[in-house]
Design a protein around this ligand. Structure first.
Ligand SMILES: NC(=O)c1ccc[n+]([C@@H]2O[C@H](COP(=O)([O-])OP(=O)(O)OC[C@H]3O[C@@H](n4cnc5c(N)ncnc54)[C@H](OP(=O)(O)O)[C@@H]3O)[C@@H](O)[C@H]2O)c1
Length: 337
């Protein structure tokens, strides 16, 4: 069997509109080489914020020059083995992630970046790598402990709902932030002790009134006024983890004039740290193993957004859906029908 060609989504130019800056093309994919396999991508995870930042040339640490392949994580099925591959077989379900390999029907991958998974399902896709990011971010950078107070923004999102459950399982009091009644209900269902709907309650006022000793870990991927509320509410030795800033995407950076941040942190020995998944790869295998084990035992609930997106043509709509803030859980695109 000759290796198939693969349709893939590429960024054709920089711009503000994801759909306008992308195209779907057909390309020769070649044969898997030594230590590589050919994979049929079955579901792709949507990282709407990163996708938009790429086409806006706003990923500050790296510039992707068009034409560039798009998409990051997938779950899929091994279809062909290259030479020297003994640990994988045709038909194995796998998860893998790398910028430029997600929004395409097939990919060739080195086996050292593959995880064998029980199913090529949206739930597994949510755990790998989004769940891994959440687990490693809160445990390693947030220094997750027990019997502390932990606040999480975008708590009903793909990343957030996993962090809620990791923090709860460790025995903490967990506050989840979200923007709707439906998300509030879902967050209570996975054990949030307090849910703050930031559209109906003032986050900083609630934190000040109900948590006078402050927040030990604030895990933030929203930024803006939520970041400010978290900085102002940290406990003694509190840790604020910056894991993204969804609210700033697609806008000029908000210019803020205030005293330097040490004014807020010093007398509380509090700190602000940042986390980005690729810098913590050494923790990925153990986190993956633990999350898959919890999933198999039914000890973690995985939120997959119910809106269905099918095929590469639906990727722009899926990106738009995520950045509109309406999603509950991980947004996925089904690539194999
Ligand atoms: N550091 C890392 O390694 C890492 C890894 C994965 C993801 N991330 C980052 O984490 C964030 C969440 O990623 P995700 O893919 O899991 O997305 P997501 O949380 O599933 O979706 C984004 C959520 O952000 C919330 N949000 C709050 N303010 C918003 C605003 N002004 N505009 C749009 N949405 C707003 C929305 O929920 P509510 O309105 O209900 O809050 C929305 O559902 C992103 O910023 C992403 O870049 C970081």
């Amino acid at each position: 069997m000759s290796a198939p060609r693969s349709r893939k989504m590429i960024m054709t130019k920089y711009g503000e509109d994801f759909a306008d800056c992308t195209d779907i093309v057909d390309a020769e994919i070649g044969e898997p080489g030594e230590g590589e396999v050919l994979i049929r991508n079955v579901y792709a995870g949507v990282n709407g914020v990163y996708d938009l930042n790429m086409v806006r040339d706003a990923v500050s640490y790296i510039s992707y020059t068009p034409p560039t392949d798009l998409g990051i994580e997938i779950v899929g099925r091994v279809e062909k083995l290259g030479s020297g591959v003994h640990d994988f077989a045709v038909g194995d379900n796998v998860a893998t992630w790398k910028v430029g390999t997600g929004y395409r029907d097939y990919q060739i991958a080195e086996t050292n970046r593959l995880y064998k998974v029980p199913a090529a399902s949206p739930e597994i896709l949510c755990l790998m790598p989004t769940g891994i990011s959440g687990m490693v971010g809160i445990e390693q950078v947030g220094e997750l402990k027990t019997k502390e107070t932990v606040a999480i923004s975008a708590a009903a999102g793909g990343l957030g709902h996993i962090i809620v459950q990791v923090a709860k399982k460790a025995g903490n009091h967990v506050i989840g932030l979200c923007g709707s009644e439906e998300k509030t209900r879902r967050l209570k269902g996975i054990g949030c002790d307090r849910v703050i709907n930031y559209r109906t309650e003032n986050v900083e006022d609630v934190l000040k009134a109900e948590y006078p000793n402050g927040i030990d870990i604030a895990y933030d991927s929203v930024g803006g006024s939520i970041f400010d509320a978290f900085v102002n509410s940290l406990a003694v030795k509190g840790r604020l983890v910056i894991s993204g800033y969804t609210s700033e995407v697609g806008k000029p950076w908000e210019q803020v004039t205030s005293p330097r941040i040490y004014e807020k942190l010093y007398f509380r020995s509090a700190s602000v740290r940042a986390f980005i998944n690729p810098h913590f790869e050494e923790y990925h295998p153990e986190a993956a193993e633990r999350l898959l084990d919890w999933h198999e035992k039914g000890e973690i609930e995985v939120f997959v957004d119910p809106v269905t997106f099918v095929g590469l043509e639906d990727v722009p709509a899926a990106v738009q859906h995520l950045v509109s803030g309406k999603n509950i859980g991980k947004v996925v695109v089904k690539l194999e029908s």
